[in-house]
Design a protein around this ligand. Structure first.
Ligand SMILES: NC(=O)c1ccc[n+]([C@@H]2O[C@H](COP(=O)([O-])OP(=O)(O)OC[C@H]3O[C@@H](n4cnc5c(N)ncnc54)[C@H](OP(=O)(O)O)[C@@H]3O)[C@@H](O)[C@H]2O)c1
Length: 350
């Protein structure tokens, strides 16, 4: 059994890690930290987990205690906080899976631009592997530090990856429209995300430089080998979970549905958690049908008259967009079957 600690376990992604890892046959969760709830059982906060973890209580964030009691650590902390703890865990040889943005970008200067701070550990940025199996499966094997992608970045990259790999779209300038559920904002309420403000409303946010753009440009640029520019606008919609990304790309020459089918089949034909949505009553992805699961649903449309391709991807932000992708990447790096702890279908109706 691999002993696992979850740091920031009282939040939404921490709670989701607890839910997923409860069914993982190679893992035992031995530590769950919270500053506010020390000593309380984890189901005090995560009421859905009553009867699942009988003896697990929140403890304070003590790096020595964690390294004694665990072999691997998942960090579900805000960006800028994770990086304070990661070096200590790496030092004692633990596997570290960080769900924050602290190790996702390779260029230290990018942190100043996108996050407003100097990154104190440029060497660890080189060591970290971007934790998206569809992009970096071979690098994830034996990775010690995994930087789990952001949820909007995950949906955007999965929508665009077949176009980047298949060379069917011109990615030098891409427009992405994202619709996102409220749990993206974490468990600490802010006024715009308070239920009476959010319910029934649809509004754009972070429209001038959403931070996930940096990851999308970095990772897709590495695939195409050329610079790509992304303009991304997320919209808050009245759902709790779910992300839908719609990307608009100029076709490279005359591209039709057959070319796109080929590109999608080549990219995702063998992927265990990506499903192509075509020719069903639902022709395009809808986050409603992936909720609770690690699946990403993808599809495309092509307007040949305009030479425009639209690519779509729907995920559950807390699963494929966070905890599920973290477990998938961890499984690869630790030698477990990739789908261990993740083999449940989506909920319906939800
Ligand atoms: N929500 C999503 O859809 C999503 C998707 C992908 C990635 N992420 C990323 O995952 C990370 C966690 O997100 P979340 O949605 O789970 O946030 P959250 O619900 O706000 O949870 C954050 C957790 O961190 C703890 N915490 C906060 N500040 C801390 C500090 N200074 N020192 C120690 N512990 C601290 C909190 O616990 P106590 O206050 O009890 O200590 C809480 O358990 C973030 O970096 C986020 O960007 C989130």
């Amino acid at each position: 059994m691999t002993r696992v600690a979850i740091v920031g376990a009282s939040g939404y992604t921490g709670g989701e890690l607890l839910r997923l890892l409860a069914t993982h046959r190679g893992v035992q969760v031995t530590v769950a930290t919270s500053r506010e709830h020390v000593g309380r059982p984890v189901h005090y906060v995560h009421f859905n987990l009553r009867g699942v973890y009988r003896d697990l209580r929140f403890s304070k964030l003590d790096t020595d205690l964690i390294s004694e009691r665990a072999d691997a650590v998942f960090l579900s902390l805000p960006h800028g906080v994770s990086m304070k703890y990661v070096p200590a865990f790496l030092e004692v040889g633990m596997k570290v899976i960080d769900l924050s943005a602290d190790f996702r970008l390779k260029n230290p200067q990018a942190y100043r631009y996108w996050y407003g701070f100097e990154h104190p550990y440029p060497d660890l940025l080189r060591k970290a592997v971007y934790g998206m199996p569809e992009l970096r499966r071979s690098e994830l094997r034996d990775a010690q530090l995994i930087a789990v992608p952001g949820c909007n970045a995950t949906a955007s990259i999965l929508a665009l990856l077949p176009l980047a790999r298949g060379g069917v779209g011109d990615l030098s300038f891409v427009v992405i429209d994202v619709k996102a559920g409220s749990s993206e904002a974490g468990s600490k309420p802010s006024l715009p995300d308070h239920h009476p403000e959010r319910e029934g409303s649809v509004r754009p946010y972070s429209a001038e430089g959403h931070r996930h753009v940096a990851e999308v440009e970095q990772e897709l640029g590495a695939v195409t080998g050329s610079e790509i520019s992304v303009s991304l606008t997320p919209h808050a919609v009245p759902c709790v979970r779910g992300v839908l990304a719609t990307a608009y790309v100029r076709a490279s020459g005359e591209v039709g549905a057959k070319d796109l089918m080929k590109a999608y089949a080549l990219t995702y034909g063998r992927e265990p958690f990506v499903r192509l949505v075509r020719n069903s009553p639902h022709k395009y992805p809808n986050p409603k049908y992936v909720i609770g699961s690690n699946f990403a649903d993808v599809s495309f449309a092509v307007e040949e008259r305009l030479g425009v391709i639209k690519s779509f991807s729907a995920i559950d932000n807390l699963v494929k967009g966070a905890a599920g992708q973290a477990v998938q990447a961890f499984n690869i790096s630790a030698g477990f079957p990739e789908g261990e702890g993740l083999k449940f279908p989506p909920l319906k109706p939800v």
